[in-house]
Ligand binder design. Structure first.
Ligand code: FES
Length: 163
């Protein structure tokens, strides 16, 4: 899915820069994920071809580490903390609320492509637990009513952008 020449050039440049370093596969995958926001399967094949690393090894690394995504993410990427402090303070209840509102579980994207949910370990602001991040925004001390409000606002915002 090389959608345009610019992306193709960028991929070549990333691979070229890391090609001669042993153990280069993780930085290559990280940088390519930044370009597409996920790792398209056909791009993994291109990496294998250009680096002489076997497709099985590349696929193995891409599926082993949670930081890598093999599917596109929604416009709003929800990172829900399931670290200890957040767990103790009710992150499961927040996850259930997100499920009721969006019908998605960890790693899934809503059918309209708007929201993706990823459970993550400590986001580094435990005093605000339970915490979630949506894109760059952090929401802390969450209770279900607040989550419903946030999701409703984001849905409305997306609808306004479509109209
Ligand atoms: S455990 Fe959730 S922010 Fe630290």
């Amino acid at each position: 899915m090389l959608c345009c020449k610019e992306n193709g050039d960028k991929i070549d440049e990333i691979i070229e820069r890391h090609r001669h370093n042993p153990g280069s596969i993780i930085p290559i995958l990280q940088e390519i994920q930044e370009v597409f926001n996920y790792l398209p399967k056909d791009i993994l094949a291109v990496i294998a071809e250009k680096t002489d690393i076997s497709p099985a090894k590349i696929y193995g690394v891409a599926t082993f580490y949670k930081q890598f995504r093999l599917k596109p993410v929604g416009n709003y990427l929800i990172l829900l903390c399931q670290g200890t402090a957040c767990h103790v303070n009710g992150s499961k209840k927040i996850e259930e609320t997100l499920y009721n509102e969006l019908k998605i579980r960890d790693g899934e994207t809503t059918e309209d492509g708007l929201f993706t949910l990823n459970n993550v370990a400590c986001l580094g602001c435990c005093s605000l637990s339970p915490v979630m991040m949506i894109n760059e925004e952090t929401y802390g001390s969450l209770v279900p009513e607040q989550v419903i409000k946030i999701i409703t606002e984001l849905k409305n915002q997306a609808n306004r952008q479509v109209v």
